[in-house]
Design a binder for this molecule. Structure first.
Ligand SMILES: Cc1ncc(COP(=O)(O)O)c(C=O)c1O
Length: 419
């Protein structure tokens, strides 16, 4: 029985033993030249329970967690349920997570997912009927609905733009869509559809220069890119820990720039959102909001999830944030080259410009529908995503650190057989 099998069995069958065992993690510090060192990435892969019976190319939907995260969650659950102490861990995890994304802990709110963060922004901003919000034709349902809902409630106007094929072109399109009524840009940093990386820093600067809010749906930013929110300079950034961060499922965060804290109305409050409350005074009052972004989350929290978030950040930091970004891009570039070599039968949809690409590669086949291709890929045990949303109609391939070069080569070979 190898180490993975042993740990898997220990976690499932002997939880107490697994919880107390300190796992002998191999050194994952990336050596020089790690990005193309397949031996190293094989070692990284061995840190995940991911089954070898399939080829997982769908991190854009959900990231797989390494053993260290699973064990941290398990250990914490065991502690909580042994000692009957359910809270804690949130502040420590918040400090670690904030450092990971280039923010201050006081600017961060824990959420359950990206959608929740988008809702907090869309519902909380001071907008009125007729105010315009600029969005794209590439929104995920969790990006679109919070704003469409605000439009239903309050009559704000959603203006939808196309993306350009370069960062500069996209910026120009956004700029030309801004009118005197525009109050916010609500855009994906990296849309779920084609994985194009938008020039978030330039967009945030543009918004600031026009006195409007910059709000990003950052589902695919952390863990794929070496993210630095202070460097980007946006007002709001909603994201999750369960995709490219490979953390616990149902965890996320919202970044609220310090200067914007008092402009975002807390629509849901509870224990810890306030500086005091009194139901016996006349009238009963909530004295004030917590002085940090903690005002936006409340009530009983998931200490085991926070332990998992901390563990996943440690995992990224051990390998190196930039190495992880570079590896994802390297695998995506490799796939792209192989697809391009197939000629006109393959239409690459993710733009050519290197800045505009990360670890997602989207393409269409002129020889077959995306659904037919997905069916064939499924038969060969490739787990991929097709994108019917907004009629984008493409095949989306996500490449992350558990993927091996050999998997990309096998996938490219499948495409070759389909053209
Ligand atoms: C761009 C984008 N926004 C929002 C979401 C919704 O994420 P969540 O399920 O974490 O709310 C996704 C999920 O795939 C996404 O890709």
């Amino acid at each position: 029985m190898n180490r993975q099998e042993f740990l898997k069995m220990a976690l499932l069958a002997f939880p107490a033993m697994a919880a107390s065992a300190s796992r002998p993690a191999p050194s994952l510090h990336a050596p020089d030249g790690a990005v193309t060192d397949e031996h190293y990435w094989k070692l990284v892969r061995s840190e995940f329970p991911l089954s070898d019976e399939m080829t997982y190319l769908n991190t854009g939907s959900m990231g797989v967690s390494p053993y260290s995260v699973i064990e941290a969650i398990h250990r914490t659950m065991l502690r909580i349920n042994t000692k009957a102490q359910y809270g804690g861990g949130d502040r420590e995890a918040m400090v670690v997570l904030a450092g990971f994304v280039g923010a201050d802990a006081d600017e961060m709110v824990f959420t359950h997912n990206v959608t929740e963060g988008n809702n907090l922004v869309a519902q909380g901003l001071p907008l009125k009927a007729g105010d315009e919000v600029i969005m794209t034709q590439h929104e995920h349902v969790g990006g679109a609905l919070p704003w469409l809902n605000r439009a239903r409630h309050d009559g704000i106007v959603i203006k939808v733009i196309q993306l350009g094929v370069t960062g500069a072109a996209t910026l120009a399109i956004i700029e030309s869509a801004i009118t005197a009524k525009t109050r916010a840009l609500a855009l994906p940093h990296i849309p779920c559809t084609i994985g194009q990386v938008l020039p978030a820093k330039d967009i945030a600067a543009l918004a600031r220069s026009r006195g409007i809010y910059s709000c990003f749906d950052g589902a695919h930013g952390p863990g794929m890119l070496n993210l630095d929110l202070h460097d980007i300079g946006c007002d709001f950034y909603a994201s999750c820990c369960h995709k490219w961060m490979m953390g616990p499922k149902g965890t996320g965060f919202l970044y609220v720039r310090k200067e914007r804290l008092d402009e975002l109305k807390p629509i849901m409050v509870g224990a810890s959102s306030e500086t005091g409350w009194d139901m016996l005074s006349n009238p009963p009052v909530m004295k004030g909001y917590a002085p940090s972004a903690h005002r936006f989350y409340y009530g009983t929290q998931s200490a085991e999830s926070y332990a998992g978030i901390e563990a996943t950040v440690r995992f990224h930091e051990t390998i190196g944030k930039q190495v992880i970004e570079d590896r994802g891009r390297y695998l995506a570039n490799t796939l792209r080259k192989k697809l391009r070599a197939l000629g006109d039968a393959v239409e690459l949809v993710t733009p050519e410009e290197p800045f505009s690409r990360g670890a997602i590669t989207a393409f269409r086949l002129r020889t077959m529908t995306m659904h037919k291709f997905q069916e064939l890929a499924g038969k060969e045990r490739f787990n991929i995503r097709t994108i019917p949303e907004n009629n984008v109609n493409c095949i989306r391939i996500s490449t992350h650190i558990y993927n091996q070069l050999e998997e990309i080569e096998r996938f490219a070979d499948l495409v070759k057989r389909c053209v």
